[in-house]
Design a protein around this ligand. Structure first.
Ligand code: AHR
Length: 496
């Protein structure tokens, strides 16, 4: 039995739609093959971008897209990716897989992709191996409308009007692949680089400083103390690995109930991690002006057997669906501080929402969760309190049910419920405060096995279906949630 108290009478803050953001790096088949195939490809495309992928991304409502990395960002020199394709530099992607990078997907192509899918661009600049001038000129090239060498260059390359660019990251993982720096050194560099990331015309850039890895609260402390007033956002990266061993992270599809519980337990750590980074930030920023930006999150397993280890290609199962649901619930609960999150990565890499092979594309279970949950974008967070049993395997335990709720602008209450138990249904009752509920409908994602996934041969093994297991009686909600399921309920009623 699980019992939930939902306080629709205590609404707020607003869940920033950017919590549903994505990340696309020049890594493996994320950009090339996954998104961009070139205009001459036999795969149907719009200006080189795959039509099937564009359509799926539009439907999912991607609010913001981060690019070009990742570790690639601190090796990327933007001028290599502008001008006629034939004249662009060919080079080796030294960080990811040692393959040829022909730079055919560059600034113009990325900003066009964002236009085509209706997402805000979030560009990550190069601090590790780039210059201040290079970063300054990139922003000028994209956003300046006056007379300048960069504007003229942009016009020569076929773009008359400047683009709007709201989100700009000043480096990526500068404690690691982005230059191996101490936080004190990076904080000084951040201020220097950020100083030249200018606002031109009506374009106002929201500058995001490189934040901590996982539980490194000292990094957050130093950045907030030294540069907190000069940033709009501070990032943090946290990946969910089933093991603690980077050389053997575990398989994406061959796992048992112990690995299931370990994975979900580790993903639940996101809650504590956000609380603690927020606590440090609040010391310097009690008004919560600076947003916490979880600009890389998701599962990270061993690559699929036989694939390039540098391509980070992995399958995606019901376990990933639960990871997605749990993390989105956590982000909702922290929406007073978390202003953006970017799932790593959008296509063919890590916890991808889409997988492609040649002209085929499948939507993963994670895609379906992001799609089902999109009703929470920009809605007012509604606090929920849950008491429930636990799922225990091999000395580890997780709560059976995980939930979050919000009310959208039309007054519809959405309650998202994850049943983490791979073997037992969860019988839930809920007291709905602040709303007189009239009707409930729902959508569910579940499967017969933990390892269920969508393949190119069987693309519809895990797909959302209508859910009829919820009912209302005298203002109370009851629902029976099947094992390993993610459910989103829409409750219509009148505010009390
Ligand atoms: O997403 C893969 C890599 O993980 C990114 O390039 C890097 O920022 C992180 O370590």
């Amino acid at each position: 039995m699980a019992h939930l108290i939902l306080n629709a009478d205590l609404k707020g803050p607003r869940i920033n739609r950017n919590i549903y953001g994505h990340f696309s790096e020049h890594l493996g088949r994320c950009i090339y093959g996954g998104i961009y195939v070139g205009e001459d490809s036999p795969i149907p495309n719009t200006e080189g971008m795959r039509n099937d992928v564009l359509e799926a991304l539009r439907a999912m409502r991607v609010p913001v897209l981060r690019w070009p990395g990742g570790c690639f960002a601190d090796e990327y020199h933007w001028r290599d990716g502008i001008g006629p394709h034939a004249a662009r530099k060919r080079m080796i992607n030294t960080h990811w897989g040692g393959v040829v990078e022909n730079n055919h997907f560059g600034t113009h192509e990325f900003l066009r992709l964002c236009e085509l899918i209706g997402a805000e661009p979030y560009i990550c600049g190069n601090v590790g191996s780039g210059t201040v001038q290079e970063m300054q000129e990139w922003v000028e090239y994209i956003t300046f409308d006056g007379e300048s060498p960069m504007t003229n260059l942009r016009r020569q390359n076929g773009r008359e009007e400047p683009w709007k660019l709201k989100y700009f990251g000043v480096g990526n993982e500068n404690w690691g692949c982005g230059g191996d720096m101490r936080p004190e050194y990076y904080a000084d560099l951040y201020k220097r680089y950020a100083c030249y990331v200018r606002n031109f015309g009506g374009n106002k850039v929201w500058k995001i400083a490189c934040g901590a890895s996982d539980f490194n609260y000292n990094w957050t402390e130093v950045l907030m103390r030294e540069a907190g007033t000069k940033m709009s956002g501070l990032s943090v990266h946290y990946y969910t690995l089933p093991t603690s061993n980077w050389d053997d992270k575990g398989s994406a599809t061959a796992f048992g109930e112990s690995e299931w519980v370990t994975t979900l337990r580790k993903t639940l750590l996101m809650d504590d991690l956000l609380t603690k980074h927020d606590t440090v930030m609040t010391k310097y920023d009690p008004e919560k002006r600076v947003g916490l930006v979880v600009d890389e999150w998701g599962t990270w397993y061993n690559v699929e057997p036989g694939t390039n280890p540098g391509f980070l290609y992995q399958q995606n199962t019901m376990r990933d669906a639960l990871v997605a649901g749990i993390n989105l619930n956590i982000f909702h609960q922290h929406s007073d501080r978390v202003q953006m999150a970017n799932l790593a990565q959008m296509v063919n890499v890590l916890q991808a929402v889409l997988l492609t092979e040649g002209d085929k594309m499948v939507k993963t279970p994670t895609y379906h969760v992001m799609d089902m949950y999109k009703v929470h974008q920009d809605a007012l967070h509604v606090p929920v309190r849950l008491s429930c049993g636990t799922v225990e395997r091999n000395g580890e335990s997780v709560p059976q049910v995980h939930a979050s709720a919000s009310v959208d602008d039309t007054g519809v209450l959405h309650l998202s419920l994850c049943n983490l138990d791979p073997g037992k249904e969860a019988v839930l009752t809920a007291e709905l405060r602040g709303i007189r509920a009239k009707s409930v409908t729902g959508t569910i994602l579940t499967a017969g096995t933990m390892q269920a996934c969508n393949t190119f041969e069987n693309p519809e093994t895990v797909v959302p279906r209508a859910f009829a297991g919820a009912s209302l009686a005298e203002g109370r909600l009851s629902a029976t949630l099947p094992p390993m399921s993610v459910t989103v309920l829409a409750i219509i009623g009148r505010e009390e």
